[in-house]
Design a protein around this ligand. Structure first.
Ligand code: SF4
Length: 305
């Protein structure tokens, strides 16, 4: 499964990084040092000055300046974007920079000099509690008289975003490759498991070997090819065991598991880190990913252990 596994790992790591857990801590530390060195240990009080600190963007600066220091600075988060784009029945894609700039400008015009912090919090609260994404509660909304989307019945079409890309789906096949045809499905029979390469997705975990089905290939053909490519052995594919659906961050798979048995060749580590011939009770000592644990459960069910 190496080809499938390698590509998404970067995406997964990017997503962790994208969540901002690492960078937030680094930025907080850098910002604290800047406050000590450049601001005599006191937090700056205007949105413009706050934005010079590492990790503080326009939204955070606006929130701190308006709530803590009473500056009429605007804020724009997801809730405020939804409220403003509905109030103005904005037909433009809110993921575009030019549209965001327009919304910032609007937020700036709206924030009053008197109690700007309360106004900004009320705007966020309106988006959080009343102007909900799928079910805006217009009858309870304190600004419904000014809402163009409500007048035109376009609330659910605002804000406008580009259509979501479908998450790709792959059919993947895995084999319980028994050492000998006579051992297929027997409680004491030995079968092959493989360790995934350490540098890929789920690196170092053990699995029932196999891989992604290519176009114009049946599942058994895909299994024979993958096993040849990853372990350099020949197998014969037997009966179907189970299918498991699983969603990763950026793709979904249906994993089809088949019994098979070994014909010829000594396993080589072409696309795997290691291999082992094991019996069912041996599996306790190996770490498997969730999909392979489900195959094990199906196997135990079938064999009746
Ligand atoms: S009237 Fe409805 S759509 Fe308009 S701001 Fe209020 S809750 Fe949102």
């Amino acid at each position: 499964m190496q080809a499938l596994a390698e590509a998404p790992l970067d995406d997964v790591l990017k997503q962790w990084e994208g969540l901002g857990y690492y960078s937030r801590a680094r930025n907080l530390h850098a910002a604290a040092q800047m406050v000590m060195m450049e601001w005599n240990g006191r937090l700056p009080t205007t949105a413009a000055d706050l934005m010079t600190l590492k990790g503080i963007g326009r939204y955070t600066a606006g929130a701190i300046a308006s709530i803590a220091f009473n500056e009429p600075a605007p804020i724009l988060d997801g809730n405020v974007i939804r409220v403003l784009s509905r109030l103005t029945d904005l037909p433009n894609d809110v993921t575009q920079t030019s549209t965001k700039n327009d919304l910032w400008q609007l937020a700036e015009q709206l924030v009053p000099p008197d109690r700007p912090g309360d106004f900004n919090q009320a705007l966020m609260e309106l988006g959080q509690q009343i102007c909900l994404p799928a079910k805006p509660m217009c009858l309870l909304c304190p600004v419904s008289a000014y809402c163009l989307a409500r007048q035109r019945g376009t609330q659910l079409e605002r804000p406008v975003r580009p259509p979501r890309q479908r998450t790709p789906h792959y059919d993947v096949v895995a084999g319980i490759i028994w050492q000998d045809e006579a051992e297929v499905g027997t409680p004491d029979g030995k079968f092959l498991i493989a360790q995934r390469p350490f540098d890929g997705l789920l690196g170092g975990l053990w699995e029932f070997p196999g891989g992604k089905q290519e176009p114009n290939e049946t599942l058994p053909q895909a299994l024979v090819r993958e096993i040849q490519e990853e372990l350099a052995i020949q197998i014969e594919v037997g009966s179907f065991l189970t299918s498991i659906k699983h969603a990763y961050t950026h793709f979904r798979i249906t994993l089809h598991a088949f019994h098979a048995h070994h014909l010829t060749g000594q396993p080589q580590h072409l696309g795997v880190a290691d291999h082992a011939w094991v019996t069912l009770p041996d599996l306790d000592t190996y770490a498997f990913a969730v999909t392979d644990r489900k195959i094990i459960a199906a196997l135990i069910d079938e064999i009746g252990q």
